[in-house]
Design a protein around this ligand. Structure first.
Ligand code: FBP
Length: 264
């Protein structure tokens, strides 16, 4: 069994995702959060249990003083520019990720895509190599493509979670549709793989913490979120509150006051 303890605390995962510069481009950014150093400072201060970067950013920004934050290298990626069938090819090897200091690797699987056979095969090789090195693998399980009518349907999310388990993922990053009863079934289908919330568009701080709590109540093991944090006016304060909920087991209402604390 792969040891996940390097990337979790109290059994919970608190990941800050920052691969959006490639996936979405600068439309997600403002004059603060375009800077990878700003994101790494947030991750460091609130002791995220992992920061998710592509190899390009990791090489230039993951300096020694950030090394307390475990690094998760996102091995594949794509832009939103071409209108092609969903596929995101591997851009960095597992070995290169290890040289860059990775404690885990990540990969987006578009189940349901016409390109599914290629995606599964590429992901399978990554799981094999990463596990040979003892490295956990995090799968972004995103059903996508013309055959997918509703990518947030509970049955489909459960199927995606199961595919992640079947393909060897240790942690499954998946979107949440606010159907709590249904999401418990999603978590069950992930078996011994752990489910973490994939963020989505920015909500208010309070609403976001409530969503996080719902996922935890369904049996989820944490979060892997980006825009909800670093698009916030006070990402440091929100991160402190988020840590209390995810890692320390506080209820959102107990930490709402933290959202207004501090300047940033
Ligand atoms: P957010 O928390 O900002 O939604 O990020 C989660 C994430 O999975 C990123 O890791 C990735 O860049 C992005 O969403 C992909 O989003 P999509 O393919 O849905 O546009």
């Amino acid at each position: 069994m792969i040891n996940l303890n390097k990337i979790r605390q109290n059994g919970k995962f608190l990941f800050l995702a920052y691969d959006q510069g490639l996936e979405h481009g600068p439309r997600d950014f403002n004059l603060k959060n375009y800077d990878p150093n700003y994101i790494l400072d947030i991750a460091l201060e609130s002791r995220y249990t992992g920061v998710i970067l592509g190899h390009g950013l990791a090489e230039k920004y993951y300096q020694d003083f950030y090394k307390d934050i475990p690094l998760i290298i996102k091995l594949n990626g794509k832009t939103s520019l071409p209108k092609i069938q969903p596929i995101s090819r591997q851009l960095c090897s597992v070995e290169r990720a290890i040289k860059l200091g990775a404690s885990a690797v990540g990969y987006t699987v578009y189940d349901g895509s016409p390109k599914e056979p290629e995606i599964f095969s590429e992901f399978g090789k990554i799981v094999e190599t990463a596990h040979d090195y003892g490295l956990p693998v995090i799968a972004w399980m995103y059903p996508r493509g013309d055959d997918i009518k509703d990518d947030m349907a509970t049955d489909l999310l459960a199927y995606s979670a199961r595919i992640g388990l079947e393909l060897g993922a240790d942690v499954i990053k998946i979107k949440y549709n606010r159907d709590m009863e249904g999401f418990k079934w999603v978590v069950k289908n992930a078996g011994r793989a752990k489910i973490v919330l994939s963020g989505g568009d920015k909500l208010s701080g309070k609403e976001f913490l409530k969503v996080v709590q719902e996922v935890l109540d369904c049996g989820g093991s944490g979060v892997a979120v980006g825009r909800n944090i670093w698009q916030s006016d006070k990402p440091f304060a929100l991160s402190r509150a988020l840590r209390r909920v995810v890692v320390e087991g506080k209820k959102p209402e107990e930490v709402f006051d933290l959202l207004d604390s501090g300047q940033k």
